[in-house]
Design a protein around this ligand. Structure first.
Ligand code: GLP
Length: 239
């Protein structure tokens, strides 16, 4: 793992450099995106670079990590809505090349179709990740087998609690989600995990220096041949 400690502003720009490098090399790259507050600065930087004509997403295909079960794409807390508003609407991406798991059609057929769509595009070139306070990546909660592909999950109490800040009441937070599995994530040719702030410090230390264990899903990145972990000073304080 390549661990990089820097300010959140510099992380956004250094991670954007990785996008620029991939897009220069492969304009039709397959990119995996993530939601949460963590990637917002990076997304703003990518939008700025599109506006400055430094990069283009015209030929890019995207796959998102996850989606809540039961939320309409128009729901303002759905991950579809998040991506549209924080990135996709502001870049030159072809909407037909955007893939986000459906939170409404969640049968095995749809889950398998998501994996098949990734494979049909030749796999993901670069997958962005945030990290949950319990070490989840996507919505792969502790205990998820490393071999899992795209699947439906029950969210843990701690994740529901952490994500309730975005909903009017905790009761409104969906209890289930659809997520790429750990294996889906690990199949990506390059991984970029960003961790910001104090609340991620303990889990970042376990991810980087702890044993590789299904109890800390992000620890699996230690086994990836091309994984970057970007942490700000607060998130890196126990490294
Ligand atoms: C959600 C998402 C994760 C994300 C995590 C952290 O649970 N499913 O993909 O990494 O939140 O969110 P934040 O970046 O807001 O801390």
């Amino acid at each position: 793992m390549k661990v990089i400690i820097d300010s959140s502003k510099n992380i956004a720009s250094r991670a954007a450099d990785l996008y620029e490098e991939v897009l220069n090399r492969k304009p039709d790259a397959v990119l995996g995106f993530a939601t949460g507050s963590t990637p917002l600065e990076l997304y703003a930087e990518l939008i700025a670079r599109v506006q400055n004509k430094r990069i283009s997403f015209q030929n890019v295909t995207t796959f998102n990590l996850d989606e809540y079960v039961g939320l309409e794409p128009t729901h303002n807390q759905s991950y579809r809505y998040f991506m549209d508003h924080n990135l996709f609407q502001s870049i030159d991406l072809d909407p037909a090349k955007v893939h986000i798991p459906s939170g409404l059609k969640i049968g095995q057929e749809e889950l398998d179709a998501y994996e098949a769509a990734i494979a049909a595009c030749g796999g993901i070139d670069m997958q962005l990740l945030g990290i949950g306070r319990n070490g989840h990546i996507g919505f792969n909660e502790p205990g998820t087998p490393f071999g899992a592909l795209t699947h439906k999950v029950r969210l843990t109490e701690s994740t529901i609690e952490a994500n309730s800040r975005f909903f009017a009441t905790k009761d409104e937070v969906p209890k289930e989600a659809v997520t790429m599995g750990i294996r889906t994530v690990m199949n990506a040719r390059r991984l970029i995990l960003i961790a910001l702030g104090d609340s991620k410090a303990e889990i970042v230390a376990k991810t980087v220096n702890g044993p590789v264990t299904e109890e800390v899903p992000a620890s699996v990145l230690q086994l990836h041949p091309d994984a970057y972990i970007f942490a700000d000073e607060e998130a890196a304080k126990y490294l």
